[in-house]
Write a protein that binds this ligand. Structure first.
Ligand code: SF4
Length: 210
C-alpha cells in the first residue's frame, strides 16, 4: 500500500480497533436477508425488524414459503418493502431449489440470487465466509473519494480502485472501517472534520471537488 493508504488505514484502525458488521445475524441466511433489508435503511432499524422476523422464519426454507403480502408488512419499517420482500422471497426460493438451502459461497452463484448485487455479494463474502472483498456502500463510496483513495463515479469503479490501493488482506476490514468512520465521523452532511486526523489527505476538507 502506498503511504496515503497506509496512513489512512492505520488511523481508522486506531479509531475503530475492532471493526465489524453492525447487523445482527447468526448465520449466512440471516446475513443475506439483513443486507438486503439494509439498503437505504439503518442497521439499527434492520436489527429491530429482524429480531421478530428470524423467529418466524428461522431458515431459508421457512422464508421461501412466506406469504408475500405478510412479509411486506413485516419488513415495512425498512422501506422499499415491495421490492425487498420480493427479492428476499425469490432469493430464498432459489437457495432452496438450486443450492440445497445454503447461501452459496461461489461469487457468481451469489450474484445470481435475486436482489444480490456486488455490494451485497461482497458483504456476504467477507462477513459470511471470511473472504477478501470490498463492498462499496454509500459510506465507503463517500469516504474513499473524500480521502483520495478513489475517484470513480460508480461503486464498481471505486471498488476496483480500492482493490488496487489497499492490500488484499485488509480489503474486508477496510470496508467495515470506512463504514464506521462514515457513519460516525465522516458523515454525508456535516462531517466532524475538527476531530478528524485525516484532514491532510482530505479533498473535501481542502475544498477540492470529490
Ligand atoms: S476531514 Fe472531514 S470530510 Fe475529510 S475525512 Fe475527515 S471528517 Fe471526512
Amino acid at each position: 500500500m502506498d503511504e496515503r493508504a497506509t496512513k489512512i488505514y492505520s488511523y481508522l484502525k486506531e479509531k475503530f480497533p475492532e471493526p465489524m458488521c453492525e447487523l445482527n445475524f447468526k448465520d449466512r441466511y440471516q446475513l443475506l436477508v439483513s443486507v438486503i433489508l439494509s439498503a437505504q435503511c439503518t442497521d439499527k432499524r434492520v436489527n429491530i425488524v429482524t429480531k421478530d422476523l428470524f423467529k418466524k422464519y428461522p431458515t431459508a426454507e421457512t422464508m421461501a414459503k412466506a406469504n408475500l403480502e405478510e412479509l411486506e408488512q413485516e419488513i415495512k419499517p425498512c422501506g422499499f418493502y415491495h421490492n425487498k420482500a420480493k427479492n428476499i422471497l425469490s432469493a430464498c426460493q432459489k437457495i432452496v431449489s438450486d443450492f440445497d438451502g445454503e447461501v452459496p459461497e461461489d461469487y457468481d452463484k451469489l450474484l445470481s440470487l435475486p436482489g444480490v448485487g456486488r455490494k451485497t455479494a461482497n458483504v456476504i463474502t467477507s462477513a459470511g465466509f471470511g473472504g477478501d472483498a470490498i463492498a462499496v456502500d454509500t459510506h465507503v463510496f463517500r469516504v474513499s473519494r473524500r480521502l483520495g483513495l478513489a475517484s470513480g463515479n460508480t461503486p464498481e469503479k471505486v471498488e476496483q480502485e480500492l482493490m488496487k490501493a489497499l492490500d488484499k488482506n485488509v480489503w474486508s476490514e477496510s470496508h467495515f472501517l470506512m463504514v464506521l468512520f462514515g457513519r460516525y465521523i465522516c458523515k454525508a452532511q456535516r462531517p466532524l472534520c475538527e476531530e478528524c486526523g485525516l484532514k491532510e489527505y482530505c479533498k473535501y476538507y481542502k475544498g477540492i471537488k470529490e
